[in-house]
Design a protein around this ligand. Structure first.
Ligand SMILES: Cc1cc2nc3c(=O)[nH]c(=O)nc-3n(C[C@H](O)[C@H](O)[C@H](O)COP(=O)(O)OP(=O)(O)OC[C@H]3O[C@@H](n4cnc5c(N)ncnc54)[C@H](O)[C@@H]3O)c2cc1C
Length: 408
């Protein structure tokens, strides 16, 4: 059998790009290479491969994994620390748990938007100081490179350290697969409710285009800017040639990348048949936005005398395993928790019920990206938007003008 087939690569829907195969390979025969819409897939160097089968053993699509049948507990939750809550995408549950893990000497892994040599790249890093926590806060709506952390996590667990790992469900499943023969008593894993992830290189190309249009370096990009409250507003920072920095707010419908992300057109192929987009979760806890809380639990909201603020952000928190219960008991003191149920939590959160789906536009996008690169994607996006795009741009200019006046 050809090695590419061994890895299931004849079907891109059977590869989530986790890269566990690449780090498990004892002879470095596997490299992750960007393909369809800038998403990474493993490529095997046939001359190096020794047919040991380790890549198959760690592949989440080729092995049985453990997951819960249904959550043991469901909460509407938020971080009690206002500052941390503000820097988080939704209710800041991640930061509250991570802070306590660090305080007890543990190490936390999550996705950071790293700016190196003029390029912004989302990648997983490990941190063990509270000061570094802000790097991991906030949702980066793009596939994060996480596999290089797997051996590090293993080493920490072997040395008896507590590890709190957070990521998309496929990354958590991949890590658990990779650690199958390791003692994971001290591993706590949080998976995210996940809409799907566009390829890393597609995002890098989008940023390169933005950089050109703004005539400066894009040194930071936040998909969930809370300056106007809990929602989907984005923001980025431009640094000009003299080192001056400017913050710009971005409505999602004004950004080709963000808009196509929200309409589910640009994810990697496997996201459309994601085996984890349901209530049988792989993480010890699951974190998401509690969309629709105003209908499901109006009594929990501050305006009705409750403890949770919809303007500041509210999370849905699923506790999926005994280890998840321990995580909350040991490290959850910084959380405000209110009981909820699965039906309410998933009513407006489709990805707790089924994977995202795309339209015929995706095929057009793949073709344009292949032939013209990101400018082709942008051109197609604007063509489809027509006049609406101009109106939205004007609204975005107004938004930034209003925001600037607020701070003058
Ligand atoms: C690609 C993606 C799609 C999502 N889709 C949905 C959805 O459809 N519905 C929903 O309710 N919630 C979704 N979320 C989750 C949501 O946006 C928040 O991340 C989640 O509610 C946790 O928020 P928080 O306030 O607790 O922590 P925050 O501080 O906002 O979250 C940071 C956490 O997210 C992780 N993270 C951020 N970006 C990535 C990434 N690219 N890859 C892996 N991990 C990452 C960090 O490691 C950290 O654990 C998605 C997140 C991502 C990254």
């Amino acid at each position: 059998m050809k090695k590419q087939e061994i890895l299931g690569l004849s079907d891109p829907a059977q590869c989530c790009g986790c890269g566990a195969c690449a780090v498990a390979c004892p002879v470095n025969a596997i490299t992750m290479v960007a393909k369809d819409l800038g998403a990474y897939y493993p490529e095997v160097n046939m001359d190096r491969c020794v047919s040991c089968g380790k890549c198959q053993k760690v592949c989440v699509f080729q092995s049985e994994e453990e997951h819960s049948d249904a959550p043991l507990r469901v909460y509407a939750a938020a971080n009690a620390d206002r500052q941390q809550l503000k820097g988080s995408a939704s209710g800041g549950v991640f930061a509250a748990l991570a802070k306590s893990v660090i305080a007890e000497g543990g190490i936390v892994y999550g996705c950071s938007m790293e700016y190196t040599h003029g390029v912004l790249t989302p990648m997983h890093i490990g941190i063990d100081t509270e000061a570094a926590l802000t790097k991991l806060q906030g949702s980066k709506y793009v596939q994060s490179k996480a596999f290089h952390c797997f051996p590090e996590v293993k080493t920490h667990l072997q040395s008896g350290r507590v590890v709190f790992f957070s990521g998309t469900p496929c990354q958590v499943a991949a890590l658990k697969c990779y650690l199958r023969e390791t003692n994971t008593e001290r591993l706590f894993a949080a998976d995210l409710v996940c809409h799907g992830t566009p390829g890393t290189v597609l995002f890098e190309d989008y940023i390169a285009r933005l950089k050109k249009r703004q005539n400066g370096d894009i040194t930071a990009f936040s998909f969930r800017d809370k300056s106007s409250g809990w929602g989907l507003l984005a923001g980025y920072q431009v640094q000009d040639k003299n080192g001056r920095e400017k913050q710009t707010l971005l409505r999602p419908d004004c950004s080709s990348y963000y808009s196509l992300f929200l309409s589910s057109e640009t994810y990697r192929e496997s996201c459309y048949s994601c085996p984890w987009a349901n209530t049988a979760r792989v993480g010890d806890v699951t974190l998401g936005d509690y969309w629709g809380i105003e209908n499901e639990h109006p009594e929990y909201l501050t305006e009705n005398g409750g403890k949770l603020s919809a303007a500041a952000g509210i999370s849905v928190l699923l506790v999926n395993s005994e280890q998840g219960k321990t995580l909350l008991k040991r490290f959850g003191s910084g959380l405000v928790l209110e009981a909820s149920n699965l039906e309410s939590a998933s009513r407006q959160n489709t990805q707790l019920r089924k994977p995202s789906s795309h339209t015929a536009l995706r095929e057009e996008l793949v073709r344009c990206y292949e032939t013209e690169g990101y400018p082709g994607v942008e051109k197609l996006f604007r063509k489809k938007q027509g006049l609406r795009y101009c109106v939205r741009r004007i609204k975005n200019l107004f938004l930034n003008w209003k925001n600037k006046r607020r701070y003058e």
